[in-house]
Ligand binder design. Sequence first.
Ligand SMILES: NC(=O)c1ccc[n+]([C@@H]2O[C@H](COP(=O)([O-])OP(=O)(O)OC[C@H]3O[C@@H](n4cnc5c(N)ncnc54)[C@H](OP(=O)(O)O)[C@@H]3O)[C@@H](O)[C@H]2O)c1
Length: 243
Amino acid sequence: MPKPDYTELDLGPVPQDRPIIMVNMVASLDGKVVVEGTEKGLGSKVDQRLMRELRVNADLVLNGAGTLRASGTSARLGDEELEALRVAHGKPRLPTAVVLSRSGALPLDRTFFTATDFDAIVYLSDAAPADNRRALLATSRPIVLVPDGHELEVMLAHMRHELGAGVLLVEGGPDTNAHLFEADAVDHWFMTLGPVIVGGRDTKTAVEGARAFTRDELRRFALVSAVPNEDTSEVYLHYRRAR
Ligand SMILES: NC(=O)c1ccc[n+]([C@@H]2O[C@H](COP(=O)([O-])OP(=O)(O)OC[C@H]3O[C@@H](n4cnc5c(N)ncnc54)[C@H](OP(=O)(O)O)[C@@H]3O)[C@@H](O)[C@H]2O)c1
């Protein structure tokens, strides 16, 4: 099966104030990342396998709250051999799942909250309404409060210094990605390009921030690998931040 091997990646040195950050997304040929409300239907089984291979490298797997609400999220690998690879590298069998939320309006019946086979952490803005905060504190998941307006930077520093995390895998969505690019904190960009057109003026692309970068501010990347798959008509892209 023509595909890259994402289980052994050279990700470079870990920064002092945050983990290495890699983002993984699947998009249509016209750059859209959502079909009928979720990402389902954009990627093949090979794409899903690559997503799991990327998780082999990660200490933490982060989603924004919007993705947890739309699709549900977990940190599972779904493959004993991949889990064994992590253990061989001195990591726990599964990474820790993480969600970042400002509102605290999260679906508490989802796997993220109910599963017992992986750890999970909620980073919650201290601007969240008290009722939502109380409901989250009543779950079994640890809640880390982060200050209003500085949620991302404080979360990343907490991951690095308090959790000792070296690698954070971000699996979207577009709003969370935009905050990371605004902070210029994306080191690796993985994207599967799927052979479909979604269209729609308001259909989300992979990065949906409040503002666009100017020419001077463009975040620039260098190609690491581009692997075409004739069976699925997908292309698997890996870029690293150009400094
Ligand atoms: N194709 C793909 O690869 C892919 C991958 C992932 C997701 N998706 C799709 O993307 C859609 C969701 O995208 P989205 O952009 O709405 O959601 P998102 O990025 O998953 O979540 C956005 C939410 O995350 C929280 N958040 C993000 N940055 C924050 C910050 N700096 N401080 C505090 N909270 C922060 C906020 O939570 P609150 O709203 O709780 O305040 C925010 O509204 C879904 O349809 C999903 O299926 C596609």
